[in-house]
Design a protein around this ligand. Structure first.
Ligand SMILES: Cc1cc2nc3c(=O)[nH]c(=O)nc-3n(C[C@H](O)[C@H](O)[C@H](O)COP(=O)(O)OP(=O)(O)OC[C@H]3O[C@@H](n4cnc5c(N)ncnc54)[C@H](O)[C@@H]3O)c2cc1C
Length: 408
């Protein structure tokens, strides 16, 4: 079968949709040669509705990538919560003491450290930008994949779609990864993240608050309506107990777990519980196939890096496609796709290892090594240049960045 498309993207979540948009807008692949297959269209985002439970903290690199993909203007015009500070401390410290690690946008000469945005809004804005730009978004579930030296073919609801390159952006349980025979290593953290939106008695001061608890991690992300989105990662049994506590008991536990830093906390939504694992595909690429985003890797959410890494994958793969055009190379050529894997795998694995280390030592650790790591927070706080370096890395304004993530 000769390819009807250049690129078929399986999964129109944030990462897959961003990649498809960058392929067209940055790598100049004609819109009519790109198709996105997404299992279900997200319900339309409405400003009048309360905040969704699923929000993500976006780095500066991610907002630049979303701008290059044609979606950032819509997102900003809809609803974002910029945050200006991060305050990180261990349960052995006081939240307001000198030992807490504090990142402040003003000290970095930046207006904010990043933005908290609802996942559904990001996905909706990207899909709308894609369709406005002439890319077909097909609703369906990919059930089969064939890879040959000439073409990649996917099967969706009885239709066979052939392309030069198939991009698996279908999330942590990627069907493309499985069908392509790309194995994955996984670490089950034996933890769940409890996610909810809450009212706080004291102003959140546009600060992201994070406390390492010795039995997990608790983050309060500031929302523009004064509420916070919480992510409370704890062992499976404790998570189940927390999820089923009565509302007043849960609120009491939550207030205490943040050491009262934001006063009394009240639930403003239901609670959901999400299992946590770190996954890494053994290979990100094969001839005619590449994985991006959660399909390639998942990391512990304690530093909110998952989708930020995925957007960098999307932008790096788009860079490689742009290079292919200059070199008159086939988009699905393994030689080319390996370039993408070489650029992204080491950075993703480094971040995953760092998150695993933070979890083991700061969030869960109790021994002498853990105590050294905990004191390290205070040390970093006093080391201006190291602190600035870490903040610049987390914001995605330093390091080896793909074109779409660089400062305009
Ligand atoms: C509690 C928690 C908090 C987090 N907080 C942050 C944060 O603050 N910052 C951050 O950067 N990251 C955060 N993350 C991580 C982030 O949510 C993920 O990294 C991100 O959603 C991955 O996006 P994706 O597009 O790769 O995958 P997904 O969002 O999983 O999208 C995959 C898409 O593929 C579709 N699909 C699946 N299978 C098929 C198929 N067979 N055919 C067609 N379509 C298919 C799905 O419908 C879906 O739309 C957090 C994660 C958790 C669990």
């Amino acid at each position: 079968m000769s390819p009807g498309y250049d690129i078929v993207v399986v999964g129109g979540g944030a990462v897959g949709a961003a990649f498809a948009a960058l392929a067209v807008r940055q790598a100049r692949v004609p819109a009519s040669r790109v198709i996105v297959i997404e299992r279900e269209r997200p319900p339309a985002w409405e400003r009048a509705e309360a905040y969704d439970l699923r929000v993500v903290a976006l780095s500066r690199a991610s907002s630049r990538i979303l701008a290059a993909a044609g979606a950032w203007e819509t997102i900003v015009a809809s609803r974002t919560s910029p945050y200006e500070r991060m305050r990180i401390w261990h349960e052995s410290m006081s939240p307001h003491g000198d030992d807490a690690l504090v990142f402040d946008a003003a000290e970095l000469g930046e207006p904010n450290l990043g933005h908290i945005v609802e996942s559904r809004l990001i996905q909706s804005a990207l899909l709308a930008a894609l369709e406005a730009g002439g890319v077909e978004v097909m609703i369906g579930t990919v059930a089969a994949l064939e890879l040959s030296s000439q073409v990649a073919t996917v099967e969706v609801g009885g239709r066979r779609i052939a392309a030069r390159l198939v991009v698996g952006a279908d999330g942590a349980r990627s069907r493309v990864r499985e069908l392509a025979g790309l194995g994955a290593r996984s670490r089950d953290y034996r933890q769940h993240a409890i996610v909810a939106n809450v009212e706080v008695a004291r102003p959140h001061e546009r600060t992201a608050w994070q406390r390492f608890l010795g039995h997990g991690t608790l983050a309060f992300l500031p929302l523009a309506n004064g509420q916070c989105s919480i992510v409370w990662s704890v062992g499976n049994e404790r998570a189940e107990a927390l999820r089923t506590l009565s509302v007043p008991e849960f609120e009491r536990e939550l207030t205490a777990a943040l050491d009262g830093a934001l006063g009394e906390v009240r639930l403003a939504s239901g609670r959901v519980s999400i299992p946590l694992a770190a996954t890494s595909a053994e290979h990100y690429v094969l001839e005619r196939c590449a994985l991006i985003g959660d399909a390639a890797h998942t990391v512990h959410p304690l530093a909110g890096q998952g989708v930020n890494l995925g957007f960098l994958d999307a932008a790096s793969l788009a860079d490689v496609l742009a290079e292919a055009q200059g070199e008159h190379e086939d988009y699905g050529a393994l030689r080319l796709l390996r370039r993408y894997e070489r650029r992204r795998r080491p950075q993703n694995e480094l971040m995953s290892a760092a998150m695993g280390g933070f979890n083991d030592l700061l969030a869960m650790g109790r021994g002498p090594v853990a105590r050294v790591a905990q004191r390290g927070l205070a040390l970093v706080n006093r080391m201006g240049p190291v602190k600035r370096l870490l903040a610049a890395r987390a914001m995605g304004v330093s390091g080896d960045l793909p074109a779409a993530a660089r400062r305009v």
